[in-house]
Design a protein around this ligand. Structure first.
Ligand SMILES: [Zn+2]
Length: 466
């Protein structure tokens, strides 16, 4: 019976070659040992810890070490807020000409200026550092999400809005943005990623003289940095942009953004992979409200939707039902979609349409949609054969870098104790199969991944990784 169940799961048809079977024995020896320790000391299991303890504990895990070394191919869901590690973001506050303004109620803003404007009582960050507590306070402001999980996405949203603004204050400074994109690529490259799709919502950059640079400039920077990065690391495959709009916009504003999207698509072609509406689904506008604008674009050759949908704990409400509209609009993948497991018909539809779910386990833990990864809804979806990919959403805001922590939560959290190397192999292959790349590009990325996978398997099987 259990074998029959495995056959219908998402990794059920995955095949392992001879050397992979040997590598699998090593992997499962360590997985079983760590699970067994969890069974005997359940209170200490990493999925139950707060974030700082989770990070510390996972860093000692042999499975984590294996996952870090594993070639993971693509990363298909990361937001341009918090793409790099939290430490990197904090260190940006040491750059020259950074000013801070403290508003009533404790909110702070950051801004680079040659000469500060009069919009706020700006003070040089460098001078504020004379206060010995200043750095700790600022670090807290930039990484405060470490202290949650939030009780629900509402709590998360309230806490996060200030944090998002603060991070944007730093990274949307034009001289920093280039370094920030390069650092994002580097951290993910070192973590086994060779292709990234970024949800890019940052609408403009600024410089120290107050000049503003539009989305077109942002795309040009991504292209320039990609070229530099590929020169430095020729086995990195590529990057694509998913143009992303905050779902709080009015229909008129969305109309304007659609014109911007169309212009970008005309100019940059394949580099603009598609469109998303993001932000808090429980508080934001529903997809249904945008249908009059989005429906006519459904068959357009220039647009492909990659929609956040069903990222909610509510069942049967408007945010839950966003999944219906995303599926009807032909979304190529569904962002988060934790509510999908409550809808057997919609799951079936996702399978029939061959749509993958973008699962971000650490993010979902932090925002309160799955506070213990063992109970993550992806377990049900995977068991019923719905395809998914592992993503990291905004790793820098969680105080981690890249995506291996998310892979750990998947493999040691919601995967079955019986799930083995086939599960990991299928997830890596899914990140190619469900990417925005065309058939030929997928083949090229698969070639890079296969070469690295063979090397990884060789090392794992021969005990060189642990
Ligand atoms: Zn997201």
């Amino acid at each position: 019976m259990l074998n029959k169940e495995f056959k219908i799961s998402f990794a059920g048809s995955q095949h392992l070659e001879e050397l992979e079977l040997k590598a699998n024995e090593v992997l499962m020896k360590h997985k079983n040992a760590e699970l067994s320790s969890g069974y005997h000391h359940p209170g200490y299991y990493p999925t139950l810890q707060n974030i700082p303890n989770f990070i510390k504990q996972v860093q000692t895990s042999k499975i984590f070490k294996i996952l870090k070394a594993m070639p993971k191919a693509g990363l298909l869901h990361i937001h341009d807020t918090g793409m790099t590690s939290g430490d990197y973001i904090f260190n940006l506050t040491y750059r020259k000409n950074l000013y801070i303004c403290c508003h009533a109620g404790g909110k702070v803003s950051l801004r680079f200026f040659n000469h500060p404007d009069t919009s706020c009582n700006w003070k040089l960050v460098k001078d504020k550092r004379a206060d010995p507590f200043f750095d700790a306070h600022l670090r807290e402001k930039l990484t405060s999400l470490k202290r949650i999980p939030a009780r629900d996405s509402h709590d998360f949203g309230e806490m996060a809005l200030e944090l998002f603004d603060l991070v944007y204050d730093l990274v949307s400074y034009k001289p920093i943005f280039e370094d920030y994109v390069y650092e994002m690529l580097l951290e993910h490259y070192m973590d086994g990623i060779r292709y990234v799709e970024v949800r890019a919502a940052c609408e403009c950059l600024y410089d120290a003289d107050g000049n503003i640079y539009d989305y077109d400039h942002i795309v040009q920077i991504y292209l320039k940095v990609l070229e530099e990065f590929k020169n430095d690391f020729p086995d990195f495959y590529s990057l694509r942009i998913i143009y992303s709009v905050d779902r709080r916009v009015s229909n008129e504003e969305l109309e304007e953004r659609l014109v911007i999207y169309e212009n970008l698509k005309q100019k940059y072609g394949y580099f603009i992979a598609g469109l998303d509406l993001l932000g808090r689904e429980d508080e934001g506008r529903t997809l249904k409200e945008f249908v009059p604008l989005l429906w006519p674009l459904k068959e357009s050759a220039s647009i492909q939707f990659f929609l956040h949908a069903g990222a909610t704990n509510w069942y049967g409400g408007p945010s839950d039902e966003n999944i219906v509209d995303a599926l009807m609009l032909g979304s190529k993948r569904l962002g988060h979609a934790t509510a999908l497991s409550k809808h057997p018909k919609l799951m079936q539809m996702a399978k029939q349409k061959d749509i993958a779910i973008e699962v971000a386990p650490l993010s979902e833990h932090i925002v309160g949609r799955s506070v213990d990864a063992r109970a993550h809804p992806a377990a049900v979806m995977a068991a019923l054969g719905v395809n998914f990919v592992i993503c990291n959403d905004m790793p820098g805001l969680w105080g981690v870098e890249a995506v291996s922590y998310d892979w750990y939560l998947a493999f040691m959290g919601f995967a079955s104790a019986r799930d083995d190397l086939r599960y990991l192999k299928k997830l890596a292959l899914n990140s190619i199969e469900y990417s925005a790349l065309d058939k030929q590009e997928k083949g090229e990325l698969r070639e890079i991944w296969t070469r690295e996978w063979i090397y990884f398997i060789h090392r794992l099987a021969n005990g060189e990784l642990i």
